[in-house]
Design a protein around this ligand. Structure first.
Ligand code: NDP
Length: 446
């Protein structure tokens, strides 16, 4: 059959753009569809703008500690409006870079929503497009539970661009997005109430890490309300009143941020016209070839993956294009996927938690360390760093590494490389530390 294109990509986020560019680089005729801004969640309303806000809020501790290092200056003043305007400029700049990356690589961009007619055809803005292969890279979107008055809540999308800095905010949930935003606002002097249905925040992380982080957030002034669900939200003269099933009532909330997870963007894609299976959580089911069922339809990234991580989407797309168009036989390996919660303090994590390791490997050796980072030694800041290594007893392999503290994200990346390559504790001990750093602790744990 003759098709208009070799490849249609639906969704110009991290996974879609990378796939389209790589395919075009192999000389393929590619068109990409995007109904919002090119760049997707990560660049436009996720990782990148969030990290800029994290940087902004982290200055507070820097200012606080600077005096101990001999600096003197008048009280610093903060403008949320200026921060948001500068952040928007930066995101616009990145959006333009993404646009030029696409056009420079010869990818055609159609700025409309596309939906399937059949396994080789999509329709967008009334026009039909055909391709030998179609890649779904439509990402995910915030999920709001059914709660009376939930329409008054904002998601992380809006929290990144609030018109003014609120005085008091309630954050619902205690996963990545909830704690990252709670910490940003908390550091900026906003009173933060974090409402979580469970008995300890950050489910899925190592138990000691969860306790350590929770304690640190509370020390930093956050009000964490556990074992509670919001059952009703009321708008009262521009503010919100929240009723919790634990009989607590939170009054005069300026903003309520719902951070209760994300769902795959599969709506209005015309998937009913294809034989595609959805998982229990609404994500598209794919096999190891990223195939969705019909032999011409594939998916990468959040739309089919529970690890909602940009580098995962990029890797899945890139390797798929290499296999199709460059005869590669490389597949993504999901094991020992590192991640960082950009909370304050940060949490860097790779591999098994102690609980998972015990269940998976049986006997494990656990090494932990708690200390005050040198950066704070001369200051009033009492923040501690926590590090934990989990080692399989039988093989001596390091199977888990968890860090809570300053620069945890930067540290975990390097250790994740070693762990992925199968480093043993003995070999880790042979490495020479860099003194004085926090990271050296990880090669000297006894
Ligand atoms: P998470 O799944 O991490 O957290 C969702 C939170 O909401 C959990 O605390 C969950 O509770 C709670 N929750 C879910 N449903 C309800 C409900 N009906 N009522 C009350 N609470 C509820 O999702 P996020 O939205 O924080 O993040 C989505 C994904 O995005 C992450 O899994 C991660 O992969 C990715 N991400 C990664 C980041 C990074 O790498 N730095 C940053 C941001 C996002 P419970 O624990 O009980 O289920």
């Amino acid at each position: 059959m003759n098709f208009d294109y070799d490849l249609i990509v639906i969704g110009a986020g991290s996974g879609g753009v990378r796939s389209a560019r790589i395919a075009a680089g192999y000389g393929k005729k590619v068109v990409i569809f995007e109904s919002s801004e090119v760049g997707g969640t990560c660049v436009i309303r996720g990782c990148v703008p969030k990290k800029l806000l994290v940087y902004a809020s982290s200055f507070v501790k820097t200012f606080k500690s600077a005096k101990a290092f001999g600096w003197d200056f008048p009280s610093p003043k903060f403008s949320w409006e200026k921060l948001i305007a500068n952040k928007d400029d930066e995101i616009n700049r990145l959006n333009k870079i993404y646009l030029s990356l696409l056009s420079n690589s010869g990818v055609e961009l159609v700025e409309h929503h596309a939906s399937f007619i059949d396994k080789n055809t999509v329709v967008a803005n009334g026009k039909e497009y055909t391709a030998e292969r179609i890649l779904i890279a439509t990402g995910s979107t915030p999920f709001f539970p059914e709660i009376k008055g939930i329409e008054h809540a904002v998601s992380s999308n809006e929290a990144l661009s609030l018109p003014t800095l609120p005085k008091e905010i309630t954050v619902m949930g205690a996963g990545y997005i909830a704690v990252e935003f709670a910490c940003i606002f908390n550091s900026l002097g906003v009173k933060v109430n974090l409402v979580y249905r469970g008995d300890k925040i950050l489910r899925g992380f190592d138990d000691e890490v969860r306790s350590f982080a929770e304690e640190a957030y509370i020390k930093n002034g956050m009000n964490i309300i556990l074992n509670s669900n919001i059952i009703e939200m009321k708008k009262l003269s521009g503010q919100y009143e929240l009723l919790l099933d634990s009989d607590i009532c939170l009054k005069n909330q300026d903003v309520v941020l719902c951070a209760t997870g994300r769902i795959a963007n599969t709506q209005n894609l015309g998937l009913e016209n294809l034989n595609v299976n959805l998982k229990y959580n609404g994500q598209i089911e794919v096999d190891s070839e990223q195939n969705c069922g019909p032999n011409s339809v594939f998916a990468v990234g959040d739309v089919c993956n529970s690890d909602n991580l940009t580098p995962v989407a990029i890797k899945e797309g890139n390797l798929l294009m290499d296999r199709w168009y460059d005869k590669s036989n490389q597949y993504i390996e999901y094991g020992y996927l590192p991640s960082t919660v950009f909370s304050q303090p940060e949490i860097g994590s790779c591999g098994y938690t102690e609980e998972q390791a015990q269940e998976h490997f049986g006997d494990v050796k656990v090494f932990t360390s708690r200390f005050r980072a040198m950066k704070y030694a001369m200051t009033d800041i009492q923040d501690q760093t926590f590090m934990k290594l989990i080692v399989q007893k039988e093989t001596d392999l390091v199977v888990g590494c968890h860090i809570v503290g300053v620069d945890a994200g930067e540290m975990i990346q390097g250790f994740a490389v070693a762990i992925k390559q199968g480093i043993s504790k003995e070999n880790l001990n042979k490495c020479i530390g860099i003194h004085p750093t926090s990271a050296e602790e990880l090669v000297t744990m006894k």
